[in-house]
Design a protein around this ligand. Structure first.
Ligand code: NAG
Ligand code: NAG
Ligand code: NAG
Ligand code: NAG
Length: 423
């Protein structure tokens, strides 16, 4: 995994394409000479500009171009998302009590979770191994840089996991965490580095954008409004987007057109299918990144849907139950829960398939869907007192959406780490 990739070299396809030209080898020799003088950039530029190729050669060249932050390639194009969970006594990567940044909705041990089994699992891809998370390398890489997670509370969990994975090597007085409305910033002062989270559950502007009070059932998203939040994402070096759960309001999604307010009595609202609305947001996200990020120096990641475990009948459990009291994972390798829409995954695949920019996809859905044991369940801070009825039936208030930390989301960051350095 750590062996550096061969240098980008597309001269073979060039030779095949241009073999009819008698002057070709003279030109090639000259180009090689110039390339030695000016570095290999000259070569890839010449190839991309070559007007005589009927093949979309720039795409091929792009593929071989080294992504920013890469220090190696994954073994034989290994699919790191295809694998299995193995028990590992060397886990967790940090202790819950050693990370003061975990919000009380995710500190399961503190809130009385009786078992710790969910902390001892490591993701093992079938065809290779994940690079082990190296906090020093990560922080050195972030020196003078900004990493930002943008999306919903699940992305916030991944952000906090990243902070927990890094903070122990930073002295007490050299780090801070502050929140300004939608933006939370963790700062490593000696590194001049920040890791940030920005609340934008739809990425686009919506009526659920208030960072504190956003429990709105009649959700509306404004078409073409990515710049509203995007203004606050400029200058980020490593961007990690997610969005999914908030779109799940049914089969359709309300989209507001034009400049009117979400609260106007009369407004121009259309209701496309959830998939079409989601596709529109994904395309906006890519367009934003293309326009506002320098992708020669910066990277964009997208984390797929985080599965929930709200219906135990999905895995053959008793009806009316959920993740509550589950301490083991689902063994069926083909398991896919009913609350993860395959049609949305398909949209992600389509949109990224036609993407003009390199986007690194963290396909965490399948590997997380086995983890019915890893949710916060009832072991979290409750904001309102529980009723006697709720207390009598813990399943009724179990949170089967969010994940305990340390836990599953540390694995998402190990995958992010692997894809950042060994794409
Ligand atoms: C972690 O990364 C640092 C900085 O690149 C390196 O010096 C160190 O050897 C790495 N540690 C391990 C265990 O690989
Ligand atoms: C600190 O990092 C920011 C980017 O986050 C950069 O613009 C700035 O120049 C850096 N400052 C120093 C003193 O290196
Ligand atoms: C929780 O599960 C265990 C077995 O895994 C079972 O013995 C126990 O009765 C369950 N508790 C509740 C409240 O369902
Ligand atoms: C993500 O992984 C799942 C399971 O391996 C697969 O079915 C799905 O097609 C993948 N999604 C994309 C967009 O590649």
């Amino acid at each position: 995994m750590k062996t550096p990739p061969p240098p980008p070299s597309s001269s073979f396809s060039l030779i095949r394409k241009a073999r009819l030209s008698p002057y070709f080898f003279t030109i090639l020799a000259f180009m090689a000479f110039v390339a030695v003088l000016y570095g290999e950039d000259f070569f890839s530029q010449q190839l991309q500009q070559s007007p005589h190729n009927d093949q979309p050669i720039s795409k091929a060249v792009k593929k071989r171009e080294r992504l920013p932050f890469a220090i190696g390639e994954s073994e034989g194009r290994c699919d790191v998302f295809s694998g299995r969970w193995v028990r590992d006594e060397a886990r967790p990567l940090y202790e819950e009590s050693d990370c003061p940044y975990i919000q009380p909705q995710l500190t399961c041990q503190k809130h009385g979770r009786p078992d710790k089994e969910y902390q001892y699992w490591r993701w093992q891809p079938h065809a290779c191994s994940l690079a082990s998370f190296n906090a020093t390398l990560m922080l050195e890489t972030l020196r003078g840089k900004r990493m930002m997670f943008v999306g919903d509370s699940l992305n916030r969990g991944q952000f906090v996991s990243m902070v927990c994975l890094l903070h122990s090597i930073i002295p007490e007085n050299a780090k801070s965490m502050e929140t300004f409305d939608s933006l939370t910033v963790f700062r490593a002062k000696d590194y001049n580095a920040t890791i940030e989270f920005y609340w934008a559950p739809f990425l686009l502007e919506s009526n659920s954008d208030n960072a504190v009070t956003h429990r709105i059932s009649d959700r509306i998203v404004r078409e073409g409004s990515i710049d509203k939040h995007g203004e606050n994402w400029k200058g980020v070096d490593i961007m990690v987007f997610n969005t999914y759960l908030w779109w799940m309001t049914g089969l359709k999604m309300k989209i507001l057109r034009g400049p009117g307010s979400f609260n106007d009595e009369v407004k121009d609202v259309v209701e496309p299918s959830t998939e079409d609305a989601y596709r529109m947001a994904m395309r906006s996200m890519l367009k934003w990144a293309k326009k506002n990020m320098d992708l020669k120096k910066a990277r964009v990641f997208f984390t797929s849907m985080s599965p929930s475990h709200g219906k135990s009948i999905d895995w053959g459990g008793e009806p009316g139950r959920n993740c509550y009291n589950e301490t083991t994972m689902i063994e069926d390798p083909t398991y896919w829960g009913s609350d993860c829409r395959k049609s949305v995954m398909q949209v992600i695949g389509e949109v990224f398939g036609e993407s003009e920019i390199p986007i690194t996809f963290l396909n965490i859905t399948q590997l997380s869907s086995y983890r019915r044991d890893a949710h916060t369940s009832i072991y979290k801070k409750q904001w309102t007192p529980l009723t006697p009825e709720q207390l009598a039936n813990p399943s009724s208030y179990a949170d089967c959406v969010h994940w305990c930390l340390p836990g599953l989301q540390d694995t998402w960051n190990e995958l992010l780490f692997t894809k950042l350095f060994y794409p």
